[in-house]
Design a protein around this ligand. Structure first.
Ligand code: NAD
Length: 494
């Protein structure tokens, strides 16, 4: 049995709390490892090490920091396959998807290599006679990231690349369900020349999270996970005076207008609905069929379902792997049951699957779903695609805008005017036009609206740099002793 420890002061550190959690290979259902769960005292020790390290790292020149990022980027690009295999073994997603996750994380590292440019302030010469004003951005010291199981490498990279480049020490509390990717990243940072203590991993559960939330030396917390926990993290962290961004769950809709290219829409619904077994925060979980495209669309999606090959994600020709745990698989299966009971038409039932050894569930398609059904109201986070039929574009937009979540949304149409109107009308943070999973590239920022994000800044990109730094404005005069005089009036520039 593999034992997964913490990463403190540039080396693995075995836990001493006496508490561990099991880690499974979801494709076989077997426990493959156990991970240490940090106590409050262990978190405090890790933060103390990070606090010391932050002082030196902050003083490192921008080009020195950038050089470490470049080296880290090279190593990550070279060894993508190694990390992808680790992700697949603990998360279950197929290897190509795991490699895709790493590639999207890599983009964030590439963005952060430009830190000398990203940290530039502005300068106003002669704001008053002989007075210059300029702005600078400075790191906080120690910041923390708390991440979900579904992107065990990409989401930590969303956060740590910008946080570290900006001059902070970063403490990561990864998901206890698939923690090995975080340890692998820690080793890579060390190899890239990052000083000890600048990147830390404390494994754990609620106890470790709560310890970070109240620790006085953690200045900012970046969180990604489910909505109830995101709300808790935001409320608790901000009440402690910390800066917090907390990204929550989602219910992403894909609107298909009657003029859409049918095959492209069906392909997109399949890819975005069942990729990673639906365990993506940007997965499409609701197809909104507008008008008379509904029948042919449902038929086209249903016809593609038998072609999805389900199995162990480590096998090359597999399209869809298992869910993260037996409990989660059973919960998702419960939603299918409830959908059927509440009147949805079960076009394809994933519970009929033959793979029984791991945490598998097949691709499920529910038609005639209505907004009161639990399959519509709740984030299912599994391979279940619901089709809601509406008569008009206006009804489709109202449906999306009345939904509790506002993460991603997509429209499929050939009408540029309709797409533009949609982008104007819709209440969601990330919009796709004939693109089902509109995850922004790394030089924009990622974030939803409504119950999908608590806080006011999005993740990575320009917002990430802003989130992990504080602004300072300097007003400066180098006086000519000959012009010095006492003046008790309020300083003016005119
Ligand atoms: P989760 O909320 O259960 O866990 C996320 C993190 O919070 C983990 O590190 C976990 O250890 C910790 N945690 C769990 N319960 C806690 C508690 N009671 N107190 C303190 N900490 C706690 O989420 P998950 O199941 O790992 O991930 C799936 C969820 O994440 C989905 O809802 C998905 O939509 C969401 N997600 C959102 C985004 C986004 O960008 N908005 C991205 C990825 C995942």
């Amino acid at each position: 049995m593999i034992h997964i420890a913490h990463w403190i002061a540039g080396a693995e550190r075995a836990g001493v709390s006496g508490r561990v959690a099991p880690v499974f290979n979801p494709a076989t259902g077997e426990q493959t490892a156990e991970v240490d769960l940090a106590s409050v005292a262990e978190v405090a020790e890790a933060v103390a090490v990070a606090k010391e390290a932050a002082k030196g790292w902050r003083s490192a020149s921008l080009s020195k920091r950038s050089a470490v990022l470049f080296k880290f980027r090279e190593l990550l690009a070279e060894r993508t396959g190694e990390l992808a295999a680790i992700i697949t073994a603990e998360h279950g997603k197929v290897l190509a998807d795991a490699a895709g996750e790493v590639a999207r994380g890599l983009e964030n590292v590439e963005f952060a290599t430009g830190i000398p440019h990203l940290m530039k302030g502005s300068f106003s010469e002669q704001a008053a006679t002989g007075v210059d004003v300029y702005s600078i951005r400075q790191p906080f010291g120690v910041v923390a990231g708390i991440t979900p199981f579904n992107f065990p490498a990409m989401v930590p990279l969303w956060m740590c690349a910008t946080a570290i480049a900006a001059g902070n020490a970063f403490v990561l509390k990864p998901s206890e369900k698939d923690p090995s990717a975080a340890l692998w990243l820690a080793r890579l940072w060390a190899e890239a020349g990052l000083p000890e203590g600048v990147f830390t991993v404390v494994n754990g559960d609620k106890e470790a999270v709560d310890a970070l939330l109240v620790h006085p030396d953690i200045a900012a917390i970046s969180f990604v996970g489910s909505t109830p926990i995101a709300k808790y993290i935001y409320e608790t962290g901000t009440a402690q005076g910390k800066r917090v961004q907390a990204l929550g769950g989602a219910k992403n809709h894909m609107i298909v207008l009657p003029d859409a290219e049918l095959d492209a829409a069906a392909d997109a619904a399949i890819s975005a609905g069942y990729g990673a077994a639906g365990e993506r925060c940007m997965a499409i979980s609701v197809v909104v069929a507008v008008g008379d495209i509904a029948d042919p669309l449902v038929e086209a999606i249903a016809a593609r379902l038998p072609k999805i090959k389900i199995g162990n994600g480590a096998d090359k020709d597999v399209d869809m792997g298992p869910l993260i745990s037996a409990q989660h698989r059973d919960k998702v299966a419960g939603y299918i049951e409830a959908g059927a009971e509440q009147g949805a038409t079960v076009v394809a039932d994933g519970r009929d699957i033959s793979e029984k050894s791991g945490f598998f569930l097949g691709a499920t398609l529910l038609d005639n779903v209505t907004p009161e059904m639990t399959v519509y109201t709740d984030e299912i986070f599994g391979p279940v695609l619901s089709v809601v039929r509406v008569g008009t574009y206006a009804e489709a937009v109202t449906l999306v805008n009345e939904n509790e979540y506002g993460n991603g949304v997509a429209i499929f149409t050939r009408d540029g005017g309709a797409a533009r109107q949609f982008q104007f009308d819709v209440e969601a943070g990330m919009v796709g036009v004939n693109v089902p999973i509109p995850v922004p590239v790394a030089y924009y920022s990622f974030g939803g609206w409504k119950a999908s994000l608590f806080g006011d800044s999005h993740m990575y990109g320009p917002d990430g740099i802003h989130f992990f730094t504080r602004g300072k404005v300097v007003t400066s005069r180098w006086p000519d002793p000959g012009t010095s005089a006492i003046d008790l009036g309020f300083p003016q520039t005119r």
